[in-house]
Design a protein around this ligand. Structure first.
Ligand SMILES: C[S@@+](CC[C@H](N)C(=O)[O-])C[C@H]1O[C@@H](n2cnc3c(N)ncnc32)[C@H](O)[C@@H]1O
Ligand SMILES: O=C(O)C(=O)C[C@]1(C(=O)O)C=C[C@H](O)C=C1
Length: 248
């Protein structure tokens, strides 16, 4: 999909307000996420592979915080050639602007696998008979103290052997290493055409609304909830993708 270039933080702002997924962001979102998240396309490819691997017959597959539906389309591609019977993808986002655009985007691709789009807060969503649940850079926007409860409800909605795929920006426990990873990420953004001003204003915009965890916090929380298997299957700088499985 070709989209306009992200220039939201290109001009100096008197005051940088908190980042919101509104119409302006929707307009440039594919460009923004591709130039901001190292390995975004590789992660989507991994989601396609893992969906093929873990989707079960008679189950629901969820894409939580679906934005324009990139992970939904990856999941559906993963199932295309040899889909288990009676699978459905449920894609949820609480940004009306995102859901409206996602609808048009997903309609543009033919498939026999049904996709249901819902505009709602995933903290109020019901999860039922799930074999694969994807949170591709979404958990980080849930207030930290509410993450455990949401993940417990996700766990309860998974079938035995079902999996949760979570991709996140993360914090390294060592201050020195954390700074190095952040520097490498900023270099990546510079190489993708973002200016120092854009990088610093975006950083200020997400500071209050995107509280990131360490990978160890993720692992421990998932284990406490009951997930019996855990793996980090992608990492680049301070971005990683994890897989957790409910016991069979
Ligand atoms: C970084 S984007 C996700 C990118 C997307 N998953 C992809 O693969 O392209 C985060 C998304 O989560 C959504 N979001 C944040 N908090 C949410 C919540 N409580 N309920 C539903 N969606 C939420 C935002 O509206 C935004 O579209
Ligand atoms: O731009 C950054 O530094 C980010 O952290 C990228 C990030 C994310 O990790 O989800 C933040 C907000 C969205 O614009 C998309 C990507």
């Amino acid at each position: 999909m070709t989209t306009p270039r992200d220039a939201i933080y290109a001009e100096p702002l008197a005051q940088v307000s908190d980042f919101v997924f509104d119409e302006r962001v929707v307009e440039v979102f594919p460009d923004m996420i591709n130039r901001s998240v190292p390995g975004y396309q590789s992660i989507l490819h991994g989601i396609k592979q893992l969906t093929r691997h873990y989707a079960q017959p008679d189950s629901n597959l969820y894409d939580l915080g679906c934005s324009l539906g990139a992970a939904t389309l990856a999941m559906r591609q993963g199932l295309e050639s040899d889909a288990p019977a009676a699978v459905k993808i449920i894609a949820i986002d609480n940004s009306q602007a995102m859901i409206e655009r996602a609808e048009r985007h997903i309609e543009g691709f033919r498939s026999s696998i049904p996709v249901q789009l819902k505009c709602e807060d995933i903290q109020a969503s019901e999860f039922d008979s799930a074999s694969v649940i994807v949170m591709n850079f979404t958990l980080q926007f849930i207030p930290p103290e509410q993450r455990q409860h949401l993940l417990e409800r996700i766990y309860a909605g998974l079938k035995p052997g079902g999996v949760l795929i979570i991709a996140e920006k993360f914090k390294h426990p060592s201050t020195a290493m954390n700074e190095t990873l952040i520097d490498l990420h900023h270099e990546f953004k510079r190489a993708n055409g973002y200016s120092e001003l854009e990088i610093s204003q975006k950083r200020a915009a997400i500071e209050n609304i995107m509280k990131i965890d360490t990978l160890e916090t993720h692992r421990q929380r998932l284990q406490t909830i009951g997930f019996s298997e855990f793996a980090i299957w992608f990492q680049c700088y301070n971005f990683a993708a994890m897989l957790a499985q409910k016991p069979q």
